[in-house]
Design a protein around this ligand. Structure first.
Ligand code: FAD
Ligand code: MLT
Ligand code: ZN
Length: 509
């Protein structure tokens, strides 16, 4: 995709001059990249769909350097694109035109870790997998995990409010991030880096920056609460005959595995076909229309394996599941996880990918995949559905099973199994405007009709900025605009992302 295809125009920011480059060289000596070959990888996103033409990348090491860079850019009216591991799915991490790229790659120091509380304080550019290894060596785990762990930065995770594979157990980063240090657009360092579990001294300002996708400030340091490492982790991989059975399996999991359930992921047969075809991964169970990965994490290996074994017997016996396998050792568990985690990679090998990341009531969640498949017919190569499901954290009586996850619906229309996160992906040999027009706004209008979200976990970035109105009412969008204007009056922080310029369509169902 090119910016032209989205019909955006460059805003009247300054262009980087020789004097600017000299100023940057004084701030981050030897860490100003202007070589066009070296810049290429930073100008294009992971999906290779959004490409910018930045002429300069800066690699600060400290908060002070970030502050000086922003102060300079603010004074000079230079647009800035904060970038972490560049694994984002919505084109937010790369410039659209010639924005200065501010990379956190060298801000990779762990500042402190408390071995009793599990509170980790680190710079924003620490790679998630490296943090995982660090805390696991100390008997803790990171509260989030995702397929991009080898490249994504914790700052990028916070900036996108990434969900991922541990959301079911540990909830959102809005709960586990305790504090942030953020550099504001004029260079002011906002120190909200508390490590306190409780702090009601006025507005919780860090929440503004969680999920703000680099549009309100640059996150430089993160304080995050890490849970203790579970003593036993088991994984089951199951084949289900239909989506109704996937949901009944989820409900059964809630009843039989309760407190040890730590992940519930699903994928359809088309996903399995693609990971086999493009990555050579073999299914561990007989062919089925749907597959489910169930993970348990608890304190007693024998007890947990026995519980999972009983659950497996039950779902196999009742016909909810047609085949299943269980892993109690780490190597086999990782092999099972790869089938689910590597779908994104397999899709990229399949061709051009139209990517949707929706929150929907679980009982309607897969209907849209079936609808879209019928709607596109042979024009699409593959239409697939996979994603993250979680039983709601309250039980049938409305008591919370996990108090850190208080998301009880206040409305009357609460559905017993809550909502789920569907990744609806369509592949084609190449980009086609007519295929896109069959998909959009259809998918967004469908989602709005269910009062779902058009971005469950990936954010809006560049690609979804125009569809915000399908999930947020006009007054909320207006308040977002006001906050942006307050925190970034010149609009230099990650422009063209998140909020579009001009009026927002209010197509909410
Ligand atoms: P980037 O991609 O570099 O940036 C993302 C956004 O954050 C951009 O708008 C950028 O400007 C901003 N940003 C980055 N760092 C900072 C900072 N320090 N301060 C301010 N703004 C900043 N997402 C999920 O939610 N769940 C998943 O399960 C999941 N799985 C994935 C699997 C794969 C294989 C891939 C490729 C991606 C996946 N993602 C998932 C997408 C996800 O958003 C990112 O992987 C991750 O959170 C982004 O981190 P990053 O460091 O790569 O950020
Ligand atoms: C996932 O759940 O695998 C990620 O969110 C990435 C994707 O949607 O492909
Ligand atoms: Zn996901």
């Amino acid at each position: 995709l090119t910016p032209q295809r989205y019909a955006v125009q460059r805003l009247p920011f300054s262009a980087v001059s020789e004097q600017d480059l000299a100023a940057f060289e004084r701030i981050v000596p030897g860490r100003v990249v202007t070589d066009p070959d070296e810049l290429q990888a930073f100008n294009v996103d992971w999906l290779r769909m959004v490409r910018g033409s930045s002429k300069v990348l800066l690699r600060p090491r400290t908060t002070e350097e970030v502050s000086r860079i922003l102060r300079h850019c603010h004074e000079r009216n230079l647009a800035v694109n904060p970038q972490g591991g560049n694994t984002g799915m919505v084109g937010g991490s790369v410039p659209v035109f010639d924005e200065v790229i501010l990379s956190t790659a060298l801000m990779n120091q762990i500042i402190s870790f408390h071995g009793v509380s599990g509170i980790l304080v680190c710079q924003a550019g620490c790679v998630l997998e490296e943090l995982s290894q660090y805390v696991e060596a100390r008997d803790f785990i990171m509260p989030l995990d995702l397929g991009a762990k080898g490249s994504c930065h914790i700052g990028g995770n916070v900036a996108t409010n990434a969900g991922g594979l541990r959301f079911l157990r540990y909830g959102s980063l809005r709960g586990t991030v305790l504090g942030l240090e953020v550099v504001l657009v004029d260079g002011t360092v906002l120190d909200c880096l508390t490590t306190l579990r409780k702090d009601n001294t006025g507005y919780d300002l860090k929440q503004l920056f969680i999920g703000s996708e680099g549009t309100l400030g640059v996150i430089t340091t993160v304080s995050i609460l890490c849970p203790p490492k579970p003593k036993a982790v088991n994984v089951a991989f199951l084949g289900c005959p239909g989506f109704a059975e996937v949901l009944q399996t989820l409900s059964t999991c809630r009843g039989m595995l309760g407190e040890i359930l730590s992940a519930f992921e699903f994928m359809d047969a088309q996903c399995m076909k693609l990971v086999g075809q493009h990555l050579g991964l073999a299914s561990p169970v007989r062919d089925s229309p749907f597959y489910v990965l169930v993970e348990t994490a608890g304190s007693g290996a024998g007890h947990d394996a026995e519980k999972l074994g009983h659950f497996l017997e039950h779902v196999l016996g009742s016909g909810l599941v047609t085949d299943g396998t269980m892993a109690t050792d780490q190597r086999k568990a990782q092999t099972l996880w790869a089938l689910r985690e590597r779908i994104t990679e397999a899709l990229s090998c399949d061709g051009y990918v139209y990517k949707y990341d929706l929150s929907l009531p679980v009982e309607r969640l897969y209907d849209i995949v079936i609808d879209v498949r019928a709607r596109l017919g042979p024009n699409a190569k593959n239409v697939v559905g996979y994603g993250h499901l979680a039983p709601p954290p309250w039980d049938e009586q409305g008591s919370l099973q996990c108090p850190s996850l208080d998301q009880r619906p206040s409305g009357r229309q609460h559905c017993p199994l809550g909502d789920g996160n569907l990744h609806l992906n369509v592949t084609a040999e190449a980009f086609s405007a007519s295929l896109l027009s069959s998909l959009e706004p259809y998918v967004y209008a469908w989602t709005a009709e269910q009062r779902g979200s058009v971005s469950a976990e990936h954010g809006l970035g560049f690609k979804k900025k125009d569809v915000l109105g399908y999930s947020k009412p006009p007054a909320a969008v207006q308040l977002m605009r006001q906050l942006k204007a307050l925190l970034d009056p010149k609009g230099i922080l990650n422009p063209y992302k998140n909020l579009k310029n001009g009026p927002v369509s209010t197509s909410r169902g």
